[in-house]
Design a binder for this molecule. Structure first.
Ligand code: PMT
Length: 400
């Protein structure tokens, strides 16, 4: 299920202040079941000792072409041929320049010339160096040669300047590498996903909402994008980063979500509605902060548009997948929603359990299909659950 499990990864480390982050990246790959071998440039060893990588990876670190161990002399070929992917993090301006020009003058650059597996490169340097025409030109060459470039983040850099050049967090690099390994079975498919809660404002400072974090919907969007789909994510307010390659449309209220989704439905092949949309909205919204008094307050609410019902009514060619958030009678309620909303599939989850539903990192999904069959998934992280959902959309709906 994890695309990185069982893979052979070569991790190249160059001389930059961010080299310490490569240790964490190595751990993440290992935790996901990969076997990782490390190649260090001479300068990288000024920042992190090779012993650290040796102890954690369980393999000798490849540091020099000649000298020391005699079998190191053919290591550049053996490791390059065995690799399922090579990741260079951090990648300095120096290595980028050498790779763009086919120079092989140390262990890492020599190995890179022999690699035929995917090559992922994570530039990290001072902003002016990163923006330098020569560096940008070299990156363009590498991209043209098929390298995957993980753009650096922006922020305050170790040298004190502010701008682009920061090595992204190891988790982000890990996700990008996992994306490279994902099957591309959704290539050519346009997927519209909704995620997060909606907010229904009573006055400018108070609203009615729910505990949806957006994690499940973002995981679905990410999984679809990793598998090659063209993904649009209509998102309520969340604190989450937009997954790489996903087009995000921000909305706040149920009415805004309805407008955004219905306007895009004709351009979608698959619509997956993970968002926890408010069922009710205040009938009147004060445009000033309501003053508190000693007494109570009552707010009259009216129904929002049920977006999924509307999609089910208007659907032409789209595959429609809903979610059902329940506290009881999961099967009965999910099947009722599947039928009433004219869906192809619905994923039910109990939301009164800390390992599933709202805001948890894991979920326990139950899939219900149009033909009345069902499937119960064990607890798994939300991204894994998203991948299983996409697997089933392929095998149970698209192929039939
Ligand atoms: O965001 P997380 O913290 O990761 O939590 C994930 C989740 C619990 C939000 C998710 O797994 C989930 O269950 N999403 C559906 C939440 C929900 O609104 O369920 P529902 O049973 O009330 O609605 C059924 C379906 O109708 C849903 O697909 C919903 O998007 C849709 N709906 C509901 C109301 C409405 N006005 N319009 C809709 O389209």
């Amino acid at each position: 299920m994890k695309p990185i499990s069982g893979k052979q990864i070569v991790l190249g480390v160059c001389g930059g202040i961010a080299a310490y982050k490569s240790v964490e990246l190595l751990r993440l790959f290992q935790k996901a079941g990969a076997d990782v071998k490390v190649v260090m440039t001479e300068n990288a060893q000024q920042f992190v000792g090779s012993m650290t990588f040796e102890a954690i990876s369980g393999h000798p670190v490849f540091r020099e072409m000649y000298g020391g161990n005699p079998d190191a002399q053919m290591r550049h070929i053996a490791w390059a041929e065995a690799a399922d992917a090579v990741v260079i993090a951090p990648a300095t301006a120096n290595i980028i320049g050498k790779l763009a020009n086919g120079i092989a003058d140390d262990a890492l650059t020599t190995l890179m010339l022999a690699v035929t597996a995917p090559k992922i490169i994570c530039p990290s340097m001072n902003t002016h160096m990163y923006e330098n025409r020569a560096v940008q030109r070299n990156l363009d060459v590498l991209e043209g040669d098929g390298y995957v470039i993980v753009d650096p983040g922006e922020g305050e850099l170790a040298c004190g300047s502010v701008g682009a050049g920061r090595l992204p967090e190891p988790e982000y690099i890990f996700d990008r590498v996992a994306g490279v390994f994902s099957p591309k079975d959704f290539k050519g498919k346009r997927v519209l996903v909704t995620a997060g809660p909606t907010r229904e404002f009573i006055d400018p400072v108070r609203f009615v909402s729910n505990p949806s974090s957006g994690k499940m919907g973002y995981a679905v969007a990410k999984a679809a994008a990793d598998r090659g789909a063209d993904v649009t994510l209509v998102s309520g307010p969340t604190g989450l980063e937009t997954p790489f390659g996903v087009r995000r449309v921000d909305v706040v209220s149920a009415a805004e979500m309805a407008e955004a989704v219905l306007a895009r439905m004709n351009d979608a092949d698959i619509i997956i509605k993970v968002a926890a949309v408010a069922d009710y909205t205040p009938m009147e919204k004060a445009n000033y902060k309501i003053k508190k008094t000693d007494g109570g307050i009552s707010v009259s609410m009216e129904r929002t548009v049920d977006i999924l019902v509307e999609l089910g009514r208007r659907k032409t060619h789209q595959i429609l997948v809903g979610f059902a958030a329940e506290t009881q009678d999961l099967k009965k309620n999910a099947l009722e929603k599947l039928k009433r909303k004219n869906l192809d599939m619905i994923a039910g989850n109990l939301v009164n359990d800390s390992s599933s539903g709202f805001n948890s990192d894991t979920n326990k999904l139950n899939f219900f299909y149009k033909d009345g069959s069902m499937e119960e998934l064990p607890e798994m992280d939300k991204e894994a659950a998203a991948h299983v959902m996409l697997d089933r959309i392929t095998s149970r709906i698209i192929r039939r």
